[in-house]
Every structure is written in C-alpha cells, then in structure tokens.
Write a protein that binds this ligand. Structure first.
Ligand SMILES: [Zn+2]
Length: 335
C-alpha cells in the first residue's frame, strides 16, 4: 500500500482508532506506517541526523499539522529528497476530529512517564508516542538527534512566534539551535527553568536530542490558516529534510526570556487579573497583583516581568501561567 493521494492527514483522520503497521517504498527509501499518525521515513543511503517533527499534540492547533502534511506529501512523491531519517507524528487525531485541544487531559503534560498518574484517552497515546520516539532514536547512528514539536497558541502574543527551550540542567545551549530559531521566523525563546513533562522535554532529557516546543501564532480551524505566514519555517524544514542542513539566521535577533515562576491554580476562586484577550509576553509593573485566590496572591516581583500561557480554565493544581523575565544575550552562553 501507499497513502492515498499522499495525504497523510486525511488518511489519519479517516482511521483515527487503529491502523495496521505496514511499510511501502519511497522513491529513495522506505516508509514505515507505525501507528495512527506515526510515519517513519528511512532513506536507502547513509544519512546525517535523525529528526522528529510533530504537530497536533493539541488537536485544534491546525496550521503546523497542515504544514507537516504538505512536507510529507512532497517526501512521498519524491518532490523533496530525503537526506535524514525522519519520524513524522500527528499527535492527537481524536482531538483533531473533535476540533479540541484535548479530549480528557492535556496530552502535552503526560510525557516522561507522567501518563502513569492520569486517566483518559490521552494516556495510551502518550505511551505510544514515547515508544515510537524511543524506537526511532534507538536506531540513530550519526549526526544530530533533533525534535521540533510544533504548536499554535490559544491567545495572541507580543511575539507571535516563539520557542520554549527545554530546561538544560547545566548542559550547554547550542548556538546553531538559536540561529535556526531566527531562520524559521521566531522572535523569542523562552528558557525553561525546571524539568517538565512535555513531548519536546522528553526527547531532550531522555534521548539527548536538541528539542523545542515551537509556537507559531494563533489557533485557527483546518482550512483557515494562512500558511504563507510559515514560509520561512517551511523552507527551513525542507532544507533540513533534503539537505540535512540546519538553516542559520542571526541567533541574537531572537529575544531571550527565562521563566521566573510557575503559577498554579490553587483554589476554585483563583483568577488572573488580566484582560481575557491579554497577549502572551505582556509585561507588568512591579507589585501588580497578577493572581488572586482565597489561598494565595501573586505580586509581580520586578518591573517588566511578563506572563505567558495564562489559562484558568483547568483543574485545581494545574499550571495557570508562566512568569518570565527578559534575559540579556550578554550574559547568555552558547557553544
Ligand atoms: Zn499546543
């Protein structure tokens, strides 16, 4: 078999519950359909790099799903040559069909084995994706391991496109990654300050991959995305797949932020004192009461500290936002 019309997204949404693992020839390699929304492409010739590209871990974040589907089509037809091993993941087909972020629980909180502490549809999926990535990186031979997990944000942002870099735990930051972020049109990078249970952190921490969560603008339904806004990302991913080259821009063009505090919804009456359409990276004055509940209050610690990913429509105990602070490149070291 092959994939009808080379349309991996359509095929995945037509069979969201189960597919039989199978393989079929590519113009210059072999494609392995390993599970629902999981496609591994291996060139015949020796390669540089093992690359995981994932989208739709949140089902309604459609723009990067459509972008990845376009790249897969070009790889399947041979229009785009393949010079790396690549694992394509359409993260959460059930949520895509429901046009929802998730069904039972946020899939992007379930990695690094965190699925063991949850119930719901996403638990099995997190386990399946962890296994697919472990198998893929387990067969890595040379070059870099890379994983870019593509998302779009719930709200607008002062910086429309940005990356969340995994907590490095003392490991060096790689200059080539930051120069790649500029090349793909990102305006900012958020440096995580502690381990998390996201998909990209899982690849970074468990498999030693260079990895990032990449936010690419605001959520829109399928078919309503202006993919020309993602042209530089599309071109850079094509170069990565076909030339094994990480397109390099100017790393220092990217604004750096570091996470200062994680806000947590700690009571039913918890609220953030911001406009409902407040943009990500909006900065506040020192002393401003950013969050209030019967259990706690959070005052802004330093002039300009900003809020990213605010969300209070979630269960008590979950993350309601990240407080971030601009970081100067002068004190930031990369290799
Ligand atoms: Zn997302």
């Amino acid at each position: 078999m092959s994939i009808p019309n080379h349309d991996f997204l359509r095929y995945t949404l037509a069979y969201p519950d189960k597919v039989n693992a199978t393989q079929f020839p590519l113009p210059d390699g072999i494609a392995y359909l390993e599970g629902v929304g999981i496609l591994r492409l291996e060139p015949h010739h020796p390669v540089q790099h093992s690359v995981v590209l994932s989208a739709g871990i949140h089902g309604n974040e459609t723009a990067p799903i459509e972008l990845l589907n376009g790249l897969v089509r070009q790889l399947l037809t041979g229009e785009l040559a393949l010079s790396v091993r690549v694992l394509i993941i359409l993260g959460h087909p059930q949520a895509m069909i429901a046009a929802e972020r998730f069904c039972d629980v946020n899939l992007n909180r379930l990695f690094c084995g965190a699925w063991q502490r949850y119930d719901g549809l996403e638990v099995g999926r997190a386990q399946e994706l962890e296994q697919a990535v472990a198998k893929f990186f387990g067969q890595h031979e040379q070059g870099e391991k890379l994983h870019y997990d593509l998302h779009t944000a719930i709200r607008g942002s002062q910086y429309e496109k940005f990356a969340v870099h995994p907590f490095s735990d003392g490991k060096a930051y790689q200059h080539s990654q930051f120069a790649f972020y500029d090349a793909i049109g990102l305006e900012a990078v958020l440096l995580s300050h502690q381990p998390t249970t996201t998909f990209s952190y899982h690849s970074y921490a468990k498999h030693g991959a260079q990895a990032a969560t990449i936010e690419l603008g605001q959520v829109k339904p399928f078919g309503e995305n202006d993919l020309t806004k993602l042209d530089s990302l599309n071109e850079a991913l094509k170069a990565l797949l076909s030339d094994a080259a990480l397109t390099q821009g100017q790393a220092r063009n990217v604004h750096l932020f570091e996470v200062i505090d994680v806000l947590t919804k700690d009571a039913e009456d918890y609220r953030l004192n911001i406009a409902s359409d407040e943009k990500n990276f909006t900065g506040y004055t020192q002393g401003f009461e950013l969050a209030t509940s019967s259990a706690s209050r959070y005052l802004v610690k330093q002039e300009g500290d900003a809020l990213v990913f605010p969300n209070t429509k979630l269960p008590i105990g979950q993350r309601s936002g990240l407080v971030v602070r601009a970081r100067s490149w002068q004190t930031f070291k990369t290799i």
